[in-house]
Design a protein around this ligand. Structure first.
Ligand code: MN
Length: 175
């Protein structure tokens, strides 16, 4: 089986300033990055529900992409806002369900071990507004929950380099 830590699948949250600012949550599932765009980013408060819009899967090579994206609808700046591994945490009949199966059922729980995000989050396929792509992202009430902190506001930059989206944009302007 190998080292369980090394075998844990990856996740990333990329802060993406495109036509609008949003956070892309991506989970490694069966060799691709299953992705949601979260306009307000993840909250550590279990009382806060965040819209998470399912977007196209991305290749694993996108995991640590940070910089200026020049073309297409995603044109803008991207920083790696959090990076780490996760564990399947979806339970059904007392058993842990693989995330690939949980996605199909529309109820996913993952336990994140990132640099900033810790503990379990639930993703629920709500189809709010009749839109197939709409899910909700909510913190599970566990040791990683924090009702008093606004992590998105407190931590603006990259976990890899400390750079912000504005730093990247200014870099482009200077060329
Ligand atoms: Mn995006």
């Amino acid at each position: 089986m190998g080292d369980p830590e090394r075998d844990a699948p990856a996740f990333v949250v990329q802060k993406h300033q495109a036509s609008t600012l949003h956070f892309d949550l991506r989970l490694e599932v069966d060799g691709v990055l299953v992705s949601w765009a979260v306009p307000k980013g993840p909250s550590t408060d279990p009382a806060v529900k965040r819209l998470a819009v399912r977007v196209d899967d991305h290749a694993m090579s996108h995991l640590d992409v940070e910089g200026v994206l020049g073309a297409g609808p995603g044109a803008g700046t991207v920083v790696v806002w959090d990076l780490g591994t996760y564990r399947d945490d979806t339970r059904r009949d007392g058993r842990t369900v693989p995330t690939a199966d949980a996605l199909e059922a529309g109820h996913v729980r993952v336990r994140l071990e990132g640099r900033r995000l810790h503990g379990a989050w639930a993703l629920t396929h709500t189809r709010m507004g009749g839109l197939e792509r709409n899910w909700l992202l909510v913190k599970v009430d566990d040791d990683g929950a924090d009702r008093d902190r606004d992590l998105v506001a407190d931590e603006p930059g990259s976990v890899l380099t400390g750079r912000t989206n504005d730093d990247l944009a200014r870099g482009v302007d200077a060329v």
